[in-house]
Ligand binder design. Structure first.
Ligand code: ADP
Length: 738
């Protein structure tokens, strides 16, 4: 019973009951028995949707009740706001909850006053690098989705960050939450933690494969599920799920339910939603239609793009797509309408499977292979990923059980899918720390932030990582470590002397800026190579070719287009262009050029819609690229300053233009609150060229330039501190505040 949990605040039992939680789920009870509310370390490896969040909350609340401070580490930014919103429910009891994402190079002093802090592992890593003093006060750290230490790109950061936090604070309670994995015991060894390894689920899950005219379930049973002529299997399953369940007399025993369809690319998600909308549409009543039309309208209001239109069209018919290219506003509207059972089917890329709580009666894993550029071609998904998607099936309290279905197109594939996913256990999780790019970054940071000052100290620190727990080959880690130290020394980031290691000023800057040292080296070489003031394209291409900017692949046929562009604008590039005979390097160079041109288009006021078309991406991707470029150019500015290079004004111009998506002459106007790139252009064309001119402008001229939008005009004039007497009594220049 919830009243019997030791060491938690006294308001908690009632709070839980109000939220419909009368008793703990068995894994939660086990966690309490293991001492999670009494400061014990715990690794909880349990299935999706089995109540991991409450385990974390119990640990954090108990820790805060003892006068401590808790940190909750999430793998994705999108999850940070989700968890923050969830923990805000505790503010009514006097807890202070904060979320920290955003900018990397600060110590987040304002977080010192918070009781519970939510942050991504990258953010926490950067807080450690910047020496945030309040980290000493932490008493409890929760790592969500800890199985992601297996991820080559981001896993090492989580691994090293946990090791550092545990070193900063000796008695830090560590709670690690994981999906069910093969080797949770190793994670527990690493973290000196109790192990909770459970298969329990609040609602039964039946896994199966659809083939031919039947659903084959793991218990050996078959269920007829007919596919109509010309219909796809996915559509047939979605239709079957929508059919109400009737008794012999035809009375409805149970309403139809929703489906979640996982596919392997954004484009496929969008296409599937369009097709499935046709299936769902037949099943909608007039009231549902009306409510869906409202949601569709809200979606169109979020942004004026093709993606927005496509999404709204699908939603009007009760279907939607969901992927990382969607803007936050779109994503939230879709998730909410799906939970409210208005949207009946969502086709998604696997981002949704991680963390976002969107259960549905059936889950259909349509694609079990995905394109992987580094491995060359289509690669099967891991068992862990597929099981996580499948775990979203079944809504406790609503469905008798959930069903998760893979799709086979042949009898052989039916057998293969059973072997590969239905009956298989998830893979063990393996540390990826020994990879060079990861070590490069983390070794510099470890020395720069004072965790180690000798080669031996460094190796000792690395002993506290999962990697060390998992390997007997100490020699390998030593070897890579030596290579990395040599690389960092060669590039002027580290210095060796008297058997000790120290970070140079430049090394400290690079570490604080959160740059991969290789990115920093590339940027420095490029800037040192410039004889004339660099152009924006040159600077964009420079930052786009660093390992810190994720790649925009070339589509077939684009090689030629970008090769031509590369020769046309060769003089603008910083650093020498690789020759066409160096296949891979040249191809990478062209991909970076593609990204650079996208950024240049954006900074030249090309319409969002035209950009998404031209590059085959979503509006969310433009945001992502712009944010990355703005951060990297900011870092380039600091590096240029540090090295006494003269190009800071050029870099600043490139950065501010890409941040606001405008040409240089509009920079002053867009700094006014309420004035975006389009409005600034209209004002400029009406002869109002800067803030000062706007302050003095005729109101009617402004109104005409803003297409007669009266309230917008009033607001903007107010923000700029217009001299118009009718605005008397209004504080001038309200936008001077941040
Ligand atoms: P996970 O993080 O393991 O994927 P969540 O923590 O999001 O799963 O929990 C899934 C759902 O179960 C949530 O809606 C949560 O409110 C509910 N839940 C958690 N614990 C209990 C409980 N003891 N009794 C009833 N519902 C619970």
């Amino acid at each position: 019973d919830v009243a019997d949990i030791p060491a938690v605040p006294e308001w908690l039992p009632n709070h839980l009951r109000d939220a419909g939680i009368e008793s703990l789920y068995p894994p939660q009870a086990e966690a309490v028995e293991a001492g999670v509310t009494e400061g014990e370390n715990l690794v909880a490896s349990i299935p999706t949707a089995s109540g991991k969040t409450l385990i974390a909350e119990l640990a954090m609340l108990a820790s805060v009740a003892r006068g401590g401070k808790a940190l909750y580490i999430v793998p994705l930014r999108a999850l940070a706001s989700e968890k923050h919103a969830e923990f805000e429910q505790f503010e009514q009891y006097g807890l202070d909850v904060g979320v920290s994402t955003g900018n990397y190079e600060s110590e987040g002093g304002w977080l010192a006053g918070k009781d519970v802090i939510v942050a991504t592992s990258e953010k926490v890593d950067s807080l450690v690098r910047n020496g945030a003093p309040w980290l000493d006060d932490l008493t409890c750290v929760v790592a969500d989705e800890v199985h992601l230490v297996d991820d080559g790109e981001r896993g090492p950061t989580l691994e090293v960050t946990l090791a550092k936090l545990r070193r900063i604070t000796a008695d830090l309670q560590t709670v690690a939450l994981s999906a069910t994995i093969g080797n949770a015991g190793e994670l527990a060894d690493w973290l000196d933690a109790e192990l909770l390894d459970s298969e329990w689920r609040p609602i039964d899950l039946k896994k199966g494969v659809h083939y031919g005219q039947a659903l084959h379930l793991e218990d050996g049973s078959q269920q007829e599920l007919r596919v109509r002529d010309g219909e796809k299997q996915t559509a047939a399953i979605v239709r079957d799920t929508l059919e109400p369940d009737r008794d012999e007399d035809g009375a409805v025993r149970e309403e139809g339910g929703s489906s979640l369809v996982f596919v392997n690319s954004r484009r496929n998600a969008e296409a599937a939603a369009g097709r499935l909308a046709g299936v769902v549409s037949e099943y909608l009543g007039p009231e549902e239609r009306e409510a869906l039309a409202d949601v569709a309208e809200e979606i169109r209001d979020v942004s004026d793009t093709e993606t927005s239109d496509d999404l709204a069209d699908a939603v009007a018919d009760g279907a939607a797509f969901h992927h990382a290219g969607l803007s936050r506003g779109h994503r939230e509207l879709v998730e909410e309408a799906f939970r409210d059972r208005l949207i009946k089917v969502v086709s998604a890329t696997p981002t949704l499977a991680a963390g976002v709580n969107t259960p549905s009666r059936r889950v259909i894993v349509r694609d079990w292979r995905r394109y992987d550029g580094t491995a060359g071609g289509m690669q099967p998904l891991s068992v862990l990923e597929v099981h996580q998607m499948m775990g979203r099936a079944g809504r406790p309290g609503r469905d008798p059980y959930g069903e998760a279905v893979l799709i086979a197109k042949s009898h052989d594939e039916l057998d293969e899918l059973f072997e590969r996913y239905v009956w298989a256990d998830p893979e063990p999780v393996r540390s990826k720390l020994a990879a060079e790019p990861a070590l490069r970054t983390h070794i510099l940071a470890t020395v720069a932030s004072g965790f180690a000052s000798t080669r031996e100290g460094l190796l000792e620190f690395l002993e506290a990582t999962l990697y060390a727990t998992q390997t007997d080959e100490r020699g390998r880690l030593e070897g890579v470590t030596d290579d990395v130290i040599a690389y960092l020394e060669r590039n002027g980031f580290l210095e060796r002397g008297d058997g000790g290691l120290t970070a140079t000023n430049l090394g400290h800057t690079v570490s604080r800026l959160y740059l991969d040292p290789m990115s920093a080296a590339e940027i420095i070489d490029g800037l040192e190579d410039a004889d004339d003031r660099p152009t924006v394209l040159g600077l964009y291409q420079l930052v786009a070719r660093t390992p810190d900017m994720y790649e925009l692949y070339l589509r077939s046929g684009e090689d030629e287009e970008y090769t031509m562009l590369a020769y046309e604008r060769e003089s603008e590039f910083l650093g020498s262009m690789p020759s066409e005979f160096e296949d891979n390097r040249f191809e990478d160079w062209l991909s970076a050029l593609k990204t650079a041109r996208l950024l240049e288009d954006w900074a030249s006021e090309l319409d969002e819609d035209e950009i998404t078309d031209r590059y085959g991406i979503g509006p969310g991707d433009i945001r992502g690229k712009v944010e990355a470029a703005s951060w990297l150019l900011g870092a380039a500015e600091s590096l240029a300053g540090e090295l006494g290079l003269e190009w800071t004004p050029a870099i600043r111009e490139a950065r501010t233009r890409v941040e606001d998506g405008v040409r240089e002459e509009l920079l002053d106007l867009v700094s006014i609150r309420g004035v975006g790139r389009k409005r600034a252009r209209r004002l400029y064309e009406a002869g109002i060229e800067d803030r000062a001119a706007l302050r003095e402008a005729e109101k009617s001229v402004v109104l005409a330039a803003l297409r007669g939008r009266r309230s917008t005009t009033e607001t903007i004039l107010e923000n700029v501190g217009h001299r118009d007497p009718s605005m008397d009594g209004v504080e001038p220049d309200a936008d001077a505040a941040p």
